[in-house]
Design a protein around this ligand. Sequence first.
Ligand SMILES: [Zn+2]
Length: 335
Amino acid sequence: MTTDDFYAIAPSARASWRLVILMGRNARTYKFALGDALLQRASQGHTEIPLRDLAAPYAMAILERQAPQAPGSEAGLGATDFLTVAAQESAESRRLGRPTDRLLDAAERSMPGMVMEKFHNHGGSPVPHSFYEVVGRGRHRTVRLSSALGRVARSYEREGLRTELDARWSIVESSFATGIGRSLLKEGVHVDRDTLYITERHRRRPVTGVAGAVAGFQHGRCHICDESLDGDRPAVDHVFPHALMRRYAGVNGWHGPDLDSLWNLAVAHAKCNGEKSDRMPTPAELIRLARRNEAIMRSPERLHTTLRLTLKNAIPGRRISDWRTFLREVGKACA
Ligand SMILES: [Zn+2]
């Protein structure tokens, strides 16, 4: 699956947004802070604002996410200056509930080179929709917010995209947490069965809810009925019912892969999930699950790793490389 396939399933400004936020590479997390600020301003009905008006929610979003990360070479133009100032102005800005003038100056100066020029890039080319344009120079720069951003921001009022952004941010941020070596990052994540939270495999520390982390890869649609999840508090469905593991727990044991793992957990309306109960998935649901898992495999870290390891290890002696084959094999194990 290419990212074009992801877009083609539901071509819309929201799909472009998800390419940027959920599937873009993130050496650092500024993209999420900018996304957050853009949604905030566009949802207030703005269509053209001074760069400084965008810099305020951007800077606060970074401060709210705890300590600004240490400057690194990959952080981009202006990052060192911005992060140094952010660290120095953090306490005072928090006290005020808004960025200090000095922090605002630093954010305004650094944003274009640090994050705004690259925001729309995905895999070397721009996503199909543009969400803003920076016009003017120096202190007179303004940001024109596009109609595509307006459409996305109206979805934002229903909270779904905001939840997805937060979840991805948490996952990326936990990857940067101190004390985690590169080797541990290769081990993916674990889902806590009781809380349905994604946790770090080793520290068992909750990172984010499964629903927030995967809904966007399903285009915000219910896995069971394929309608929008908007306006409903979603449930997490075991696509192959968890009861299978109990049913087979007797004589020969369950030989399939772990059904409490990310590959088998999809987001659905609570009502659809309740009606489905312990039945087996339909062919249409399996196609949607395969596509969803392919989409997650396109995201850069941790969730991707988790699914890659599932494909590699779940069925001993078989080298399976695609999700449709994998799901067919699991279906056979249940027959
Ligand atoms: Zn549904």
